[in-house]
Design a protein around this ligand. Structure first.
Ligand SMILES: [Ca+2]
Length: 297
C-alpha cells in the first residue's frame, strides 16, 4: 500500500515536473509587429495646414497596411507621398480609391494600426512625434508635441484615446488606455504623444485600431495638403510591455495575507528572505477599475 502510494506520488511528481517545464519553456512567439497606414478624409478644406478641417467627406486609406513597425522601441519616421502613382488609396468610408479633394486639402482622420503580428495581450505603446506636411520643398510641422503641459488630459490632444472609435472599440481589451504627453522619449525635442492600449488577447491578425483625430479639442481634424507634390511624415516608436507568449501582470488574491501585511518584505528578493513579488496597485472608483499610473512613460 505504502509502495503503491509512493508510486502514484512519483508519477504525479513527474507529471507536475513536466507541466512545470512546459510552463517555463519558451513559447513560440508570434512577431510583435504592426502594420501602419493613414486614413485621410477628403474634406476639400480651404484652411491652413494644421487647422480644423471638420468631419465631412470620404475617407481613403493610404498604402493600406503597407508599412511594418516592430516592437523595437526605436524611432522610425514614415512618409506617405501623395503624388499620383506614389501611393495606393483604398476606400474605408465612401471613397473611390483615388486620393483627391478640392483645394488639394484633406484631414488626417486616423492612423490605422493593424495587429499583423498577432500580438496577444500585450500592453502596446505607440509613441508619436513630428507630424510634418511637406508641400513642394516646404515642410510645415503640424506638431512635435512640444510646449504642451504634461498634465494635458487624456483623449484631448490631436488623437483621441484608443477606445474612442466605435469602428474598432470591439478590438480593444481592458488595461491601460490613453493618449498622453510623454517626456520619456521624443524623436525631436523633449516630448511626444504616447498612445497605449491592448488588443483583445486572441491573436487575431485582423484586429486594428482607428487612432482618430475626430474632433479632438486640440489639433483635432488637422488639415493636410494632399496635392501632387505633397507628403506627410510621422515619427513612430513601438514597444510592448508583455510580448506575445509572456504574462507579466497579475493580482495576488491569495488568502493568509492576514492583518498588517508586510509589503516591504513581500517585495524584497527571496534571497533576502522576502517574497520576491511585484505589485500593481489598483484604484477603484464606482463600477470601474483603473491601473494607477502617474505618467505616460
Ligand atoms: Ca517632440
Amino acid at each position: 500500500m505504502g509502495r503503491q502510494k509512493q508510486g502514484i506520488g512519483a508519477a504525479s511528481g513527474i507529471a507536475l515536473a513536466a507541466l512545470a517545464a512546459a510552463a517555463l519553456s519558451p513559447v513560440a512567439r508570434a512577431a510583435d509587429s504592426w502594420s501602419i497606414s493613414l486614413g485621410i478624409r477628403e474634406t476639400g478644406s480651404s484652411g491652413a495646414i494644421g487647422s480644423d478641417g471638420g468631419t465631412s467627406g470620404p475617407i481613403e486609406w493610404i498604402n493600406l497596411d503597407g508599412v511594418t513597425l516592430n516592437a523595437d522601441d526605436t524611432w522610425h519616421t514614415l512618409t506617405w507621398n501623395f503624388a499620383p502613382g506614389a501611393h495606393t488609396a483604398t476606400s474605408f468610408s465612401g471613397g473611390n480609391g483615388v486620393l483627391a479633394a478640392a483645394n488639394n486639402k484633406g484631414v488626417l482622420e486616423h492612423i490605422r494600426i493593424r495587429n499583423t503580428g498577432g500580438n496577444s495581450g500585450g500592453e502596446i505603446r505607440l509613441r508619436i512625434d513630428d507630424i510634418v506636411n511637406t508641400v513642394g520643398v516646404t515642410p510645415t510641422t503640424i506638431t512635435g508635441f512640444e510646449g504642451f503641459s504634461t498634465a494635458t488630459a487624456n483623449d484631448t490632444l490631436m488623437f483621441r484615446e484608443p477606445i474612442f472609435s466605435g469602428s474598432t472599440v470591439a478590438n480593444m481589451s481592458t488595461g491601460a488606455n490613453g493618449t498622453l504627453i510623454s517626456t520619456a522619449s521624443a524623436n525631436s525635442g523633449a516630448q511626444s504623444l504616447a498612445a497605449r492600449w491592448t488588443y483583445v488577447p486572441n491573436g487575431d491578425t485582423n484586429q486594428w485600431l482607428r487612432l482618430t483625430t475626430n474632433n479632438a479639442p486640440t489639433l483635432g481634424n488637422p488639415i493636410i495638403d494632399i496635392g501632387p507634390t505633397s507628403s506627410l511624415s510621422i515619427a513612430f516608436r513601438m514597444s510592448v510591455y508583455n510580448p506575445t507568449g509572456t504574462r507579466v501582470r497579475g493580482i495576488d488574491a491569495s488568502q493568509f495575507q492576514g492583518s498588517g501585511h508586510d509589503w516591504v518584505r513581500a517585495a524584497a528578493p527571496m534571497s533576502a528572505g522576502g517574497g520576491g513579488l511585484s505589485f500593481a496597485f489598483l484604484r477603484a472608483t464606482p463600477a470601474t477599475l483603473y491601473v494607477a499610473a502617474s505618467s505616460a512613460t
